[in-house]
Design a protein around this ligand. Structure first.
Ligand SMILES: NC(=O)c1ccc[n+]([C@@H]2O[C@H](COP(=O)([O-])OP(=O)(O)OC[C@H]3O[C@@H](n4cnc5c(N)ncnc54)[C@H](OP(=O)(O)O)[C@@H]3O)[C@@H](O)[C@H]2O)c1
Length: 298
């Protein structure tokens, strides 16, 4: 690991100076604390993960934040990417005692032209890359008679455009180094064209297709690509759906979801429903004939 950085915004377009750079442990590039003392050796991790360096995109809340916490507990250094700087700072603060470091990176994934620089900077900060998780996502509630192109393109930008913009350079890097794991957080919503939210579901179907193609492309280069399809997970996204009047029961915690994601990625699974029961739901809804599905209110 060469050094760690303070958070900065790629949208500001300012070059990264590296001055006063500190990680979530408050140490500078030479392992000294604010008083110039040698940094104490970090506590031994409970379990060393096989990855050492990771990027989580969409890390400021929900599933992404839970993933960051779990990874740093296992001794992984993580660049945590999202727009909300304060949430990323709080996450780094919460993880300060962990064996791994949180390196916040403020960035809007819909600014596609800024992704390459952000990605390169993240890899430089980490000194390499073993794992990337694309967890950024946007689900806007859409009324039954609403056809709002602005909303739909916003979801497309975050869920698909940002995913491609971040995972393409990761795929290329991992191909050249012949190692690494790419994880995309899709959804059960991508299994079928539901009337409830046409474009959110379509973005997840597009993610599934893209991730499968990446997996097939990278298989010869020893790079693994894992597609995660969660059902309901207790996060801000679900709270927002409930606030719009949807009744949602049986959600799992973001922490349980994060554990299942890391288990799936590490065991080399290609496509995993979280929790498992959603695989059965997925199978059933994929096999409902169109003329029946058309009349269903799901
Ligand atoms: N919760 C569920 O029931 C559920 C079910 C199936 C799939 N999923 C998927 O799981 C993923 C994580 O969602 P979640 O449930 O954890 O929701 P969440 O708490 O709302 O998290 C969404 C994350 O995406 C980030 N994000 C959104 N727009 C962004 C942008 N333009 N640039 C950068 N980051 C952006 C947010 O950060 P900022 O706002 O700080 O930018 C936040 O960190 C999503 O892809 C979602 O579709 C969730």
């Amino acid at each position: 690991m060469s050094h760690a950085s303070s958070p900065s915004s790629t949208s500001a377009g300012a070059p990264h100076s590296g001055a006063h750079a500190t990680d979530s442990h408050g140490h500078d590039a030479h392992g000294h604390d604010a008083h110039g003392h040698d940094a104490p050796a970090p506590a031994a991790p409970a379990r060393r993960a096989k990855e050492r360096r990771a990027i989580v995109v969409g890390a400021s809340s929900g599933i992404g934040a839970a993933l960051v916490k779990q990874l740093v507990r296992e001794g992984v250094d993580v660049v945590a990417v999202a727009r909300r700087a304060a949430q990323l700072e709080a996450l780094a603060h919460d993880c300060a005692g962990s064996p791994g470091r949180v390196i916040p990176l403020t960035h809007d994934v819909a600014r596609f032209d800024e992704v390459e620089a952000a990605f390169e900077r993240a890899v430089r900060e980490l000194g390499g890359l073993d794992l990337i998780v694309y967890a950024a996502g946007l689900m806007l509630e859409v009324g039954p008679n609403e056809f709002d192109t602005g909303k739909d393109l916003d979801m497309l930008g975050v869920n698909v455009g940002g995913c491609i913009a971040w995972l393409n350079p990761a795929a290329n890097l991992m191909r050249t180094q012949r190692s690494g794991t790419i994880v995309g957080i899709s959804s059960i919503a991508g299994e079928r064209g539901r009337k409830g939210n046409p474009v959110y579901g379509a973005t997840k179907a597009a993610m599934n297709h893209y991730l499968e193609a990446l997996r097939n492309r990278l298989a010869d280069w020893a790079v693994h690509v894992c597609t995660i399809k969660p059902g309901f997970v207790e996060t801000a996204m679900l709270a927002q759906a409930r606030a719009q009047g949807r009744t949602i029961k049986g959600a799992i915690s973001a922490e349980d979801c994060a554990s299942a994601i890391l288990r799936a990625a590490r065991s080399g699974k290609n496509e995993v429903f979280v929790p498992f029961k959603w695989r059965i739901v997925g199978f059933v809804i994929r096999n409902i004939p169109s003329f029946v599905f058309k009349g269903m209110n799901i």
